[in-house]
Structures are given as C-alpha cells and as structure tokens.
Ligand binder design. Structure first.
Ligand code: SF4
Ligand code: SF4
Length: 747
C-alpha cells in the first residue's frame, strides 16, 4: 500500500539503525503522552464487560505502543507498554490484569520488533495484526498456565480471528493518523530528517568520498561558463514542447489547437504508469500539435505555443504543511523528472520497491563544459536544501548526503553550512553515474542488474531538488531549467534559465556564435562515434562535409556545371541525392554518394571557404588551412553522454543540461582504424566490461554474444571507452545499438 511507505521507511530506519537511543526531553514528553493515551484506552477497555472467550480483548491501547515502536524503537515501546499496564492495573484495582496484560504486551512488542528486523519491508498492518494475535494468544497461555486447564487452548482459533480484526483496526488507525498529520508535526516531535536542521544544521566539514575503480580523467573545460551567473533567456519566440521528455510513456495532450493557455497550465497528462505531466512554459495560444523530427533524428509529438503579452500564470496551490503523501502527489502533478539527464519520473522514484535509508543529491556534474548544476548550487542553495528535505520526507529517510566534485569548492563550502552531509568527490569520470556516486558517498555497492534502492539509496539531481522545492512552496510545475551554453564556438558561454520548449536558436542568439563557425552548421561526427546520416537530412554545406573534403584532385571532368557553385546539392535530401548519384558509380562510405562527384561538390563548396579537417587521412594531408578554432559540432547535453545534433532544430527539454558548439580542436572527427587490441577501453570501463568484444560482436550483429562475452546490458553509456580508444572505434555507438537490440528482443 502506497500510503504506508512513509511509515515503513521510518520502521526500516528504526529497525536497522536502532535510531533514537537517546531519551531527549522532547521524546520523554511524547512517550508520556502515548502512555497516557494508552492508559485511557486500557481503562475504558477494562470497563467493557469481559468477552465470552477467556483472554479476548479488543487491544485498542496497542495503538499507542505500536506508535512508540514505529516512531522510536523497542526500548521506548516496552517503556510505554510497561507503564501503561502497571498504572492501568493499579487504577483498575485489578492486579491480575498486570500478569496477563504485561506479559502479553511485552511479548507482542518483542515479536513485532523481531518481525521488523527479519523483514523490514513488512507493512504496518501486518505488524499490527501479528502483534494483536500474539497478544491474545499469550494472554490465553498465561490463563491456561495459571488455571492448569489446557483445554482452554481450543479457544485459540477464535482469539486469532479476534486478534486479526483488532490488529486491522489498530493498524489502520496508525496509518490514517500518519496520513492526516503534517510532516512538520513529526519533525517537531523529533521524528524525521528535520531533527538536525531545527538546531541550525550540522555544519559538518565535507567528508572525502571514496574512489571508484577505473574511469577516466577528462579536462573539465568548465572555465568557459563557470563564472557566468544564471540569467534568464530573453526574447520572444514560439516554444515547441515535446510530450515525451522523460523515460516511459509519452504524456497525452489535453489541449487543442487554438486554445489559450496560461504559464504552468497542464497541456499533456501522464500517459502510463511511468510517465510525467507536461505544462505550458509560456502563456499564449496553442498553434500546433504535431509530430516532428528534431536535429537528433528523434521523432515525437510537440505542442507549439505562440506567446502572448500578458504571460498570466496558472500554478498549483502552494503547500504549507505537507504530509508525505501530499509531497509525492505534488511531485507527480508538477511533472518533475530526473533533471540530470535520465528523465526518470521523480514520483516513481519516491515509491521505491525496497526500503531506503539515504537520499543522495547528485551535485557531481562530472561532464566537461557543463556548469548549470554548479551555478544552481551556488545561487539557490537554500531551495535545494529545502527540496532535499521534502524528498527525504516523502521517502521517510533521515540521512541526506550531497556529493560534489572537488572542482566546485564554492558549492562545497556553501553546503557545509547546511544540515546535509557533504561528500567532496575526487574529479573522476563518470562520478555522476548513480552507482558510482552511491559507492563513493556511502561505500555501498549496487549489485549488477539492481537499482540504487536495493542498496537502500535514492539519488536525485540537485536541479530536481530545486524543482521539488518550487513545486511544493510555490506550486510551480517543472516548466524551466538552467542550461549551459558553451564550447569554443560560442562567443559568450552562459548559464541560461530557459523555458522548456525554447528553441536552440534563441539560446545561440543570446550567447553569440563565433563568426567563423557560422559556415559549419551541420556536422554529423561526434566524440568517439560516427553516426549514420539520416536519409531525409537536407543537404547544406556542412552535410557535404560528412562524405569528403575539398580536394584539388577531384575529377571534374564530365561533371554537371551546376556543381561549380554547389547549388546542385544544396536543398536536396540525402535520399534524393543518393538516388541520383548512385547511378554514377561507386559508393563512398556506404552513404550513397560517389567519390568524384562529392569531391567535385566539395571543391565547389570550398569556394565558400568551406574547410573540413580530418575526414580522410589522405585528404587531410592535402588540406593546408586547417583552423582548429572553427566550430564543427553541436551537442545537446555534455560531450560524453550528449547527442550530436545535425543542426539547430532543437529545443530545451526538462533534461537538457547544456548545448555545446565544439571546435575541431575540441572534438575528434578522425576516421576509425582497426582495433589494435590495446585493452585501454576495458581498462577504463567503470562497469568492468569488455567494450571491444561488444563492438566486435555488434559488428557481426551477434548481439547474444555481445551480451555474453562483453556484458553489454550493464553498460551505463558513459562513453569513457570511446574517449580513450586510440583507434577511435565507435564503441559507444555499437554498445548503444546492442543494448537497444537486446531490449527489443526481451520485449
Ligand atoms: S562499455 Fe559502457 S560503461 Fe563501459 S566505458 Fe564504455 S560506455 Fe562506459
Ligand atoms: S581501446 Fe580501442 S584499440 Fe584498444 S582494445 Fe579497445 S577498441 Fe581496441
């Protein structure tokens, strides 16, 4: 049952960690209150005429000992039971009650505690029923022992039935009480993670995180944007909001073309068990709802909104004193997803299948160039901390850590002043991977094929915590995020607060693109991988660069004069071009264009100052004027795990951490050469896989062997293998394809 998750999490923490050994004055007061209430229930029960079965009792007073067990632990629960029964027997003037009730109470509390230790995920209802049944049976046993009439044990089945009924009533009473009481009340009585923050925070010095085995050390290149404060994206443009910005089913549009929408209004609702709501990031009119393909080559439905002047908002009502369940619901309503890149719906992560005791905020930001999380941590620390507490409340965990790489000293210093435990992490790629972050922060290992919750941990990005805070306190859905625009092709690298759906062209306009980069708008190569050119890409000067390079040896004999200015190619799709040019001879690199004609075209395009280094080694030698500061590649996300774009037709999504415009010097566009079996890719793989084996079998389309001998499905797509490979093998791409094929076969 979803509603018992909070209690179960508390139970688990108490059961495993024996939390709350110290009897503070606050705790004594709460235990006295529970004892008093239990005593009243005990005395009322004592006044009720004895039930026809010996030892049979309603056991309503057990509600309060169960509360003590759940909230504090075994010693406190025993204290409440003992005080209640001793005082109750004295007040009722019936000391024989003491014998029955004390023995039964103590045994049932101990059995409940044992149950929690053996099976921490047990539901509160099961604990309550077990406790009530044991309570009744022990009373009967004592009665039989005292009277010497074991025949009375024949009543045991009836007592079990009665205990079950009473246990359900008691269990439900506990559950509904917790559901109805705001979390702040629990914090005030010293239960939950605000215990420390009430005293002004731990103010602990950051602890050094562990190191993980393997990985790579990459130049951060964060200096480009790390000192640029977050600024809003300005200008007026249509937003195109994808209905699928998350892992899982796409959201279903709930607006129509022509409809007016306000900022923050729901425009597409959850489309499945794993899915997320989508909201309007600007107020205006819905211009279009249609499928389209972006520069990643990915198709999806977009809701296009033309902004109006008023920009009215339609946020959710703020939550003042939220319960754990209200927080979960708010996270779901606000369409919050993991903002570190994965896009997993956060509300699903808040209902883990295994008990968790730790929340880790991911502030590692290990990808080169990206600085959006760093800036957010420096500028919005308090909201991140409050968001972390809301997340921890929803999970029922008391331990919150934040992992930050040591190359962000300002952020580390700022969080050291909070009640979060700061873990200063060594700069090591891929430190931001969930499994490695968990190990480096806690020393716990997530078994292969398992989830972080199986190690008792939930990981959330710092930007997600920030979004949760805004959703709870301001009712603001996830409609904007900070995006780093960087790379040496960018005039002024910045961190921009952008509405979801904002076009990349608007970001580039605000940051500026270096003049010499303008002619290199479309390039298909990416770091460590070469992608297949989609057939419907329209040819521009840049696309031609994929095939060949300006070459004075191009044979222009017999070539149509239209090639002289390149106009034959421009505006045609690759598909059309391939069909036309295939008739003219051999193919180049399997992309369907003849060598000579491409050379001719490129030669013609060279008149437009087009130069493209390193496409083919022989040709490279002949290119004298290579400019290493020329921008050659757009990337959405970071250079290691991001996606190479074929152009500027891309929009900001909930998971877009950055847009990069990289130069020839920053990226690698060399053609792959045969594997030299150096083993470097395996040496650096943080998942201890055999990337070269995976690629070998993937090339033969033997995906089963790729999994069997290379372990493809355990790959976390970090790209470290492709980065280190001296032969520039397209390892990451091969592994991606293999994983997709394995997934397709399984489904
Ligand atoms: S095989 Fe996967 S996990 Fe290993 S280095 Fe390559 S991309 Fe990373
Ligand atoms: S790093 Fe590259 S060349 Fe070396 S073994 Fe791996 S795939 Fe082969």
């Amino acid at each position: 049952m979803k509603e018992v998750a909070f209690l179960q999490a508390i139970v688990y923490n108490r059961a495993v960690k024996n939390y709350g050994k110290i009897l503070s004055a606050k705790k004594i007061a709460i235990l006295a209150l529970l004892t008093g209430l239990g005593l009243i229930a005990f005395l009322i029960e004592a006044l009720i005429p004895t039930l026809p079965i010996p030892g049979a009792k309603l056991g309503i007073s057990n509600v309060f000992s169960l509360f003590a067990l759940v909230l504090y632990g075994l010693p406190e629960a025993l204290l409440v039971v003992t005080a209640r029964t001793v005082l109750g027997s004295i007040f009722a003037g019936n000391l024989s009650l003491l014998l029955y009730s004390l023995t039964a109470g103590v045994v049932s509390v101990c059995v409940s505690r044992l149950l929690l230790l053996v099976y921490p995920r047990v539901s509160i209802l099961a604990v309550s029923v077990t406790s009530a049944v044991v309570h009744n049976l022990v009373q009967l046993l004592v009665y039989c022992g005292l009277t010497g009439t074991m025949l009375l044990m024949s009543y045991a089945p009836y007592l079990c039935l009665m205990g079950t009924g009473a246990g359900i009533v008691v269990g439900l009473a506990v559950i509904f009480t917790v559901k109805a009481v705001p979390l702040s009340v629990f914090h005030k009585i010293g239960v939950g993670n605000k215990e420390n923050s009430e005293t002004g925070g731990n103010k602990l010095k950051a602890k050094n995180g562990k190191l993980f085995f393997r990985g790579v050390h990459i130049r951060g290149r964060k200096e480009l944007a790390e000192n640029s404060p977050i600024e809003p994206l300005t200008g007026t443009w249509e937003v195109a909001i994808p209905v699928s910005q998350h892992i899982g089913a796409p959201a279903q549009p709930v607006v129509e073309v022509g409809q007016s929408v306000k900022r923050g209004q729901l425009i597409a609702q959850i489309g499945g068990k794993i899915s997320a709501n989508v909201h309007a990031s600007v107020a205006g009119t819905v211009k279009d709802i249609a499928e389209r393909k972006d520069s990643r080559g990915v198709s999806g439905v977009y809701i296009v909104i033309t902004p109006d002047e008023k920009q009215e908002t339609d946020y959710l009502p703020p939550l003042a004193e939220p319960t754990y369940e209200q927080i979960k619901m708010r996270v779901e309503e606000a369409g919050i997803v993991g903002m570190g890149g994965a896009g997993f719906p956060t509300h699903v992560k808040l209902s883990p299948q295994s008990p968790v005791d730790t929340l880790i905020l991911n502030g590692a930001e290990c990808e080169p160039y990206l600085t959006c999380d760093d800036r957010l941590m420096q500028e919005q620390r308090d909201k991140i901390v409050r968001g972390a507490h809301y997340l921890a409340d929803a999970l029922g965990v008391s331990q919150i850590m934040i992992g930050i790489e040591k190359n962000k000293p300002q952020a580390i210093a700022l969080f050291e002043e909070t009640d979060l435990q700061v873990i200063a992490l060594k700069k090591q790629y891929p430190m931001g991977s969930e499994k490695h972050l968990i190990y480096c922060c806690t020393g716990r290992k997530v078994p292969l094929g398992k989830l972080p919750a199986d190690a008792g941990v939930v990981v959330q990005n710092v930007a997600t915590a920030y979004a949760v805070c805004e959703a709870v306190e301001e009712g603001k859905p996830l409609i904007e995020r900070v995006v780093t625009v960087s790379g040496n092709g960018i005039e002024s690298p910045k961190n921009l607060l952008c509405p979801v759906g904002a076009p990349l062209s608007a970001l580039l306009e605000q940051c500026g693109v270096k003049e010499e980069a303008v002619i290199y708008q479309l390039v298909m190569d990416s770091v460590g991988m070469k992608e297949t050119l989609p057939v419907n890409v329209t040819v521009t000067k840049g696309v031609i660069s994929e095939f060949a390079i300006a070459d004075e040896n191009a044979n222009l004999e017999g070539v149509d004069p239209a090639f002289a200015d390149g106009s034959f190619f421009i505006g045609k799709s690759i598909d059309e071009l391939s069909k036309l040019l295939n008739e003219n001879g051999s193919l180049l690199n399997g992309v369907g264009v003849t060598v000579d004609i491409v050379r001719a075209a490129i030669f013609a395009l060279a008149n437009y100052e087009y130069r493209r280094p390193k496409v083919h080694r022989d040709w490279v030698k002949k290119v004298k004027s290579v400019k290493h500061n020329e921008a050659v590649k757009y990337v959405a996300g970071g250079p290691m795990t991001g996606t190479a774009l074929t152009g500027t037709d891309a929009v900001v999504t909930k998971t877009t951490s950055g847009f990069l415009l990289l130069t020839a010097k920053e990226t690698c566009a060399e053609e792959p050469t045969p594997c030299i079996n150096c083993g470097k890719c395996a040496d650096v793989c943080p998942m201890k896989l055999m990337p070269m084996q995976i690629e070998f079998y993937a090339a033969a389309k033997d995906y089963e062997s790729a999994e069997k001998y290379g372990g493809a499905s355990a790959c976390i797509s970090c790209g470290a293998c492709g980065y280190i490979c001296p032969a520039r093998r397209p390892l990451a791409q091969a592994i991606k394809t293999t994983k997709a094929e394995i997934g397709r076969k399984k489904s």
